[in-house]
Design a protein around this ligand. Structure first.
Ligand code: PLP
Length: 386
């Protein structure tokens, strides 16, 4: 049997020695070196105090964005860092107006609910929100989505990989249609970044947003915002703060003089500890390379699907490799309770209503863990039905 070279990374992730960790679509395992970076942050604060701002802290957003850029297929200097995706979406929305004839935000009903909650709030500024009904719980109706994007459309938030089904969406087709009618696409790459290779620049995405909690193993508090370089020079976010000023330390009053990108999309003081925390995961994902992660992910998710089907379970994830992201969603009776029992048995997964139990192998998982998780699942469901 050939040895999986990615398994040498297991020793860098302490939690995988304590349980069967199959939940990287929710919270990626913490790398050992994250502790080193967080300790470095504490040491700098403790020993350098306020001087730390000018010894690296002030630039930490740009530096972190540049570290991430190749993982997304973006150039250096195109990514700013924020607390989470919701904040990045708000900043993007604040670059646009919704009072005229072009006032629509078009998305499918399979988008992550935050997008809906956020953009619903923009109705007060004149926005009209159009939800395109999906074909089923797994896939968007692409034709219906393309038809809904027209000259009245301002923005199209689009998950590259859907959180409920792990279906990879046809971003190229949506971006092409949006650009034809003068609309802009916000590609939400959260469920893809670190497990599905991508080229946000090649796709001509107007914006790409995501966070570090999941496949990037970067922990909470490090959301990212990519803006297409030619757009970035003309956009003027209304949600903005002093860190977005061209000369923040002059503390000029009145209207802002925007910095160049990516700082012009910054709000206030950077979230330094979260950005130190994110560094280790980004470094590791870069070092392994997303294509190698993807190759292994496809192999293990295929095995999960085969075993689940042999057990007679329904799969709510596309079976075709080219359409499948990093997780497999398995629909079993009483899924919430079954997921709780799996966790009690140290098989760490999660459950989403209307979808099922989500399992997500990452580069640090073994083929044996997949077999073990499925054995546990079969025995729990079997016991409940007996
Ligand atoms: C596709 C997608 N977008 C957005 C979010 C939420 O992001 P945040 O909590 O950073 O706002 C999630 C979280 O699970 C997600 O899966």
């Amino acid at each position: 049997m050939s040895i999986d070279p990615l398994l040498s990374w297991r020793k860098e992730f302490p939690i995988v020695e304590t349980c069967t960790y199959l939940v990287s679509h929710s919270l990626g395992a913490m790398p050992r070196r994250t502790s080193t970076y967080l300790q470095q942050f504490a040491d700098e604060w403790s020993s350098r105090g306020v001087r730390a701002w000018h010894e690296g802290w002030w630039e930490v957003g740009r530096m972190t964005g540049d570290l991430l850029a190749p993982v997304l297929g973006a150039a250096a200097g195109t990514i700013s860092m924020h607390q989470n995706v919701t904040v990045t979406m708000s900043i993007i929305a604040s670059c646009h107006t919704f009072g005229g004839k072009r006032n629509r935000i078009v998305m499918t009903d399979l988008e992550f609910p935050s997008n809906m909650y956020l953009f619903e709030g923009f109705r007060r500024y004149g926005a009209e929100i159009v939800y395109v009904k999906s074909a089923d719980a797994m896939r968007t109706d692409l034709d219906a989505l393309l038809d809904a994007i027209d000259e009245r459309t301002v923005l199209v938030p689009l998950s590259y990989v859907l959180f409920k089904s792990a279906c990879i969406q046809n971003a190229a087709a949506v971006i092409e249609k949006a650009h034809k009618v003068g609309a802009r696409v916000i590609l939400d790459v959260y469920q893809a970044a670190g497990t599905v290779p991508m080229e946000v620049e090649g796709l001509r995405a107007d914006f790409a947003v995501g966070g570090s909690v999941k496949w990037l193993c970067g922990g909470p508090g490090a959301g990212f915002l990519y803006v297409r370089p030619d757009l970035a020079t003309e956009l003027e976010p209304a949600i903005v703060g002093w860190a977005a000023h061209a000369h923040p330390f002059e503390f000029a009053t009145g209207k802002i003089a925007y910095a160049d990108a990516p700082e012009r999309f910054q709000s206030g003081t950077p979230n330094v500890p979260s950005l130190y925390s994110a560094r280790a995961g980004y470094e590791i994902v870069r070092e392994i390379g997303v294509p190698a992660i993807r190759e292994k992910s496809l192999r293990l998710t295929r095995r999960l699907i085969d075993l689940a089907q042999q057990a007679g379970f329904r799969i709510n994830t596309p079976e075709a490799d080219e359409e499948r992201g990093g997780s497999v969603i398995i629909d079993v009776p009483d899924g919430q309770r079954v997921a709780e029992e799996l966790i009690r048995r140290e098989v760490i997964v999660d459950y989403r209503p209307g979808a099922g139990i989500r399992m997500a192998p990452h580069f640090y998982n073994t083929a044996e863990e997949i077999e073990h998780a499925m054995e546990m699942l079969v025995s729990i469901v079997g016991a409940a039905q007996a």
